[in-house]
Design a protein around this ligand. Sequence first.
Ligand SMILES: Cc1ncc(COP(=O)(O)O)c(C=O)c1O
Length: 492
Amino acid sequence: MTTMVAEQQLTVFEKGAPGRRAFVAPALDVPEVDPRALLPDALRRSEPAALPELSEPEIVRHYVNLSKRNFDLDSGFYPLGSCTMKHNPRLHERVAALPGHARLHPLQHPSRAQGALELMWNLERSLAEISGLPHVSLQPSAGSHGELAGVLLSRAYHEARGETRTKVLTPDTAHGTNPATVTMAGMEVVKVGTAPDGGVDVDDLRAKADESVACLMLTNPNTLGIFDANIAEIAHIVHDVGATLYYDGANLNAIMGITRPGDMGFDIVHFNLHKSFTQPHGGGGPGSGPIAVSDRMEPYLMDPRIVRLDDGGFDLRGDSPDSIGRLRGFQGNYGCFVRCYAYIRSLGAEGLRDASATAVLNANYLLARLGDLAPLLPLAHGERCMHEFVLSGAPMKRELGIRTLDLAKRLLDHGFHPPTVYFPLLVDEALLIEPTETETRETLDAFAEAVAEILAEAAEDPEIARTAPHTTPVRRLDEAAAAKRPVIRQAL
Ligand SMILES: Cc1ncc(COP(=O)(O)O)c(C=O)c1O
């Protein structure tokens, strides 16, 4: 027993024995080639690489045991705010694994990949309908990659008009990727403040919006879980100075089928297929961040584009004279497109609307349950939130001597993944909670009860939360050191 546990702590390099194999290749039935003929000496190691040598059962146990040490959406509630950790339907995995999808080579000639192109074209049409913006590119690999595409499009748009605009307005409630993207695109971030109601400070926006502004990047609902009631006025102010409007659509899970960025006057929106549209994420799979744009941005959209031909077939075209070009190799993360399309087709328009409505209902239910738990302070401006909400642990820290981080870690002992903590930055001791539509009322109740228990326990003995977690494979970690100095390879 002890030996087995100790064995599980070893890295894959410390297991196995020289010569041990999981698979024995059949004897060669073609002439053997001297590897030195394939790779020049200068590129070869002097010693063979020290690779692990294990039997198949050892490999299976190694990875299965590692997977059990993780917290995942399939084993528990994962209310990570701003991340939309909703259930990933198994049907999507089955269709993505069909050989016609999974074995398609990215260099396959378009004439032999008609089904894939048709799926992508249909997906583009669906995302255009959901966003209210007619032109779509599926290329970007993540939300932040979509942001980069959007800012580059905005710059191309202004340059084509002979304007040099260098500033991008970003509200201080924005996700961190927004200002990072602006900087990466070589433009200047100008922060816009937040009004007491949690929306954009319209006076501050008016003061900063001038002819040097290329774009406003807005997340709506924002990271406080609030839908900006002044959206029409905001769009008007920005368009009035000739700037473009970028909609960070990562929080689309609150509004799908209910309202559309295009109808609000936005020019560009990105989607997080790995959030709103069920692509597994958070270590579980690659992302996808398509963008949809208005007519005036279309000439600059990335190439190549999928086109429908007169005979009903599909092709890729890469000759748009004003396009910003390619943003990545091939067409994007195709498996994400299959899952997303399966989701949209199986839910339909009504289903998507229902998903958003239920996500908002679940968040409000949990807010109502947790909002009563002094000393946690609900920050829903007004009574309601959208798909997520923020609590401040500042009173809890003052009165019970435990911090938001302690509460988060103690939740792991109750079998729950913690919510997002210390974000948004403008809230002291923030907890950002997003339950999603795929959780039951029983789960939400159990979570609220766990929080209540932790608070009651901390009133008696705060040390238990301060030293949590106590039941997980690893205890409290030095997260700053893990982020700044990760040790990700075995010293050989
Ligand atoms: C509001 C918001 N915008 C942008 C992003 C960036 O998306 P990604 O992580 O796919 O780059 C996120 C991700 O969590 C987000 O929550």
